[in-house]
Design a protein around this ligand. Structure first.
Ligand code: GCB
Length: 607
């Protein structure tokens, strides 16, 4: 440990005490495996009001008192002037971004009000929860005119308890969704992806008994492969001293226990599961129950460690043949959300020979993580701490930590998640080091069974000698970084001559490299944006990657062309970042086959 590390570590612990992470008012902590409890799916058509001047929320003094549009009124009383009405206004599909559903909203950044009426007869012996899988970026929710709470962050789920607030018969939900970029937001105002707004993921109503299983976790018991350990957490008035059972029928494993006064119970099942790995992605049915509640999940077990420059999965070295992916629907584009979208993207990744995907730059929807788990694809999951977040703003930190916590909480039982990534390309500074040091610490506290990563940046220490000179590399588990030799850094030929050196001995992971090409645009390998230029870049990059000492994996940028307002070249980019190996129409570019050949070779060599 060098002096710089010591200074860094001290700074980190001081900051943790200063920053506090407080969830937005009204939201409750996530319910584990919440969709197992769905009773009403609220997806489909929602009425909307587009409100760029926020007339529905602020009064004329710009004071947020009235929240006028939260009242779902119809124009039934001709004596009362009312200048809005959901019923006669327009509609959007949920889930779905608004930008690609309505031409007028393509570049829109502001507030849209959503309204859904639905019939329901609540069971008075049960508790009800209203769950949003994701909405970008800030949301405020009302049920039957009553404010439930708010949430910020575009890619994590949130939920409200609505027991006693639902009526017999027709109910009405109003949601104000605002995707205006915020300087102190996470992400901040500048990013290289489209700021898709709206209720971008599913909305559901869920039901549970008065005391229910709100959370649980199962993993291999620390250091063992023949015992499964975990915990269960109950929520409700009778959570303490309750008997619970955990069963894994295929292993003939069963255990009962009793919760403590906080409703928490721990257990160990002495059984040896077949371990999950990409070649054989074994998952087990797991049942957790108390007298009047039961929940089923499918869970896999594996060990994951870093040993020097190696990543060891179940004790065996594994090379991550990866690709980066944005959460965009393959067809017809826009924000992706469905199982079908996920399956198509993952089909393409597997066709490329991947056993690993980097889900950039924010937590993707659960369908993607689960579909990947079933297929044996390892995952890098990330929060949108991107570029130049406001490092010194305690509220920005609280927001980032909340997003990290929710990402880990939602996916902690998904054994294919290998890396929690806390940041992407964040320039080194004292304030940034403190911020990310605290996030890394938090991630470790929440989950010690994954590697902590971040996409760092590279530096040229001497002509032709590249390294990563970032104190964060001493804190996280991977020497993970974005390079772009041949694209942002020199021409393709540069890849042939540069060499890499690292002082910190950790698994080296190239989290991004690549270059743009428009599908069908052909020419010389030296002409930018031709498929030949990208193909040539990939050939030379692979040559360079093979010379990187300790390389444990890579996730080139990127599987598919994706929308970004930074990409203005008309005729070539047309609002698309063209670094995809596949076009937005699903056509494979020449470079796709270069990477596929390499992955095929690596796969053969390491089998
Ligand atoms: C990067 C960023 C990524 C961009 C990419 C690019 O380094 O991490 O979000 O999209 O470069 O294409 O410039």
């Amino acid at each position: 440990m060098n002096l710089r590390y010591l200074l860094f570590a001290t700074a980190v612990s001081v900051t943790t005490a200063l920053f506090s992470s407080s969830p937005d008012s009204g939201t409750r902590s996530l319910i584990q495996n919440s969709h197992a409890r769905d009773v009403v799916n609220l997806d489909g058509t929602w009425k909307i009001i587009i409100d760029p001047f926020e007339n529905g929320y602020y009064d004329y003094r710009l004071v947020p008192t009235d929240a006028l549009y939260a009242q779902d009124k119809d124009l039934t009383d001709p004596t009362k002037l009312q200048e809005y009405e959901f019923e006669s206004d327009r509609s959007l599909n949920v889930p779905g971004d608004w930008n690609t559903q309505m031409d007028q909203l393509y570049y829109y950044e502001g507030t849209v009000w959503y309204r859904k009426r639905f019939n329901y007869n609540p069971d008075s012996t049960k508790r009800q929860f209203l769950n949003f899988d994701g909405a970008n970026y800030s949301s405020i929710v009302w049920l039957n005119g009553q404010r439930l709470g708010s949430h910020r962050g575009g890619y994590t789920p949130f939920c409200f308890e609505v027991t006693d607030l639902l009526k017999d018969g027709e109910n009405s939900i109003v949601v104000k969704v605002d995707n205006k970029r915020q300087p102190n937001g996470v992400p901040t105002v500048n990013s290289d992806w489209w700021n898709y707004g709206g209720l971008t993921r599913s909305v559901t109503l869920q039901e549970a008994p008065s005391t229910f299983i709100s959370d649980y976790r199962l993993t291999l018991a620390p250091g063992l492969t023949d015992a499964i350990g975990g915990y269960i957490i109950l929520d409700g008035a009778e959570k303490g001293g309750r008997q619970f059972t955990v069963k894994i029928p295929e292993l003939k494993g069963e255990i009962t226990g009793v919760t403590d006064s906080d409703g928490r119970g721990e257990f160990i099942i002495k059984k040896k599961p077949q371990l999950w790995n990409p070649e054989s992605p074994k998952l087990y049915d797991v049942w957790l129950s108390i007298a009047d509640d039961e929940i089923k999940d499918r869970i896999g077990f594996r060990t994951l460690t870093a040993d020097g420059t190696k990543i060891l999965l179940n004790g065996k070295e594994i090379f991550c043949r990866g690709i980066s992916i944005h959460e965009e629907a393959p067809y017809p584009g826009g924000r992706g959300w469905s199982r079908e979208h996920a399956e198509t993207l993952l089909d393409w990744a597997q066709d490329l020979g991947c056993n690993f995907v980097r889900l950039a730059h924010y937590p993707h929807n659960e369908n993607t993580v689960k579909a990947a788990e079933e297929r044996g694809i390892m995952v890098w999951s990330e929060i949108p701490v991107y570029w130049t977040i406001h490092w010194e703003d305690a509220d920005t930190y609280a927001n980032a930590e909340q997003q990290l916590t929710d990402m880990i909480s939602r996916d902690k039982n998904r054994c294919n998640v290998m890396v929690w990534s806390i940041a992407n390309e964040t320039p080194v500074s004292d304030a940034r080091n403190i911020f990310l040091g605290s996030l890394a610490k938090k991630a470790r506290e929440l989950d010690s069974t994954r590697l902590i990563g971040a996409a760092m940046e590279k530096h040229e220490v001497a002509p032709g000698v590249l390294t990563v000179d970032d104190p964060l590399s001493e804190i996280i588990d991977l020497m993970s970084f974005n390079e772009y030799v041949g694209w942002y850094d020199g021409t393709n030929e540069k890849c042939d001559s540069v060499n890499w050196t690292f002082t910190v001995k950790k698994p080296v992971f190239v989290s991004e490299f690549g270059g743009g090409a428009k599908y069908g645009y052909h020419g010389r390998a030296t002409t930018l944006f031709t498929e030949e230029n990208q193909e040539d870049l990939y050939r030379r990059q692979i040559g360079m990657l093979e010379r990187i000492p300790g390389l444990a994996g890579c996730t080139p940028w990127i599987l598919k062309d994706f929308r970004s307002p930074r990409r203005q070249l008309r005729g070539i980019q047309n609002d698309y970042n063209r670094k995809g190996l596949i076009s937005e129409q699903g056509q494979k570019k020449k470079a796709f086959y270069v990477l596929r050949d390499w992955y095929e070779k690596l796969r053969g060599a390491r089998k």
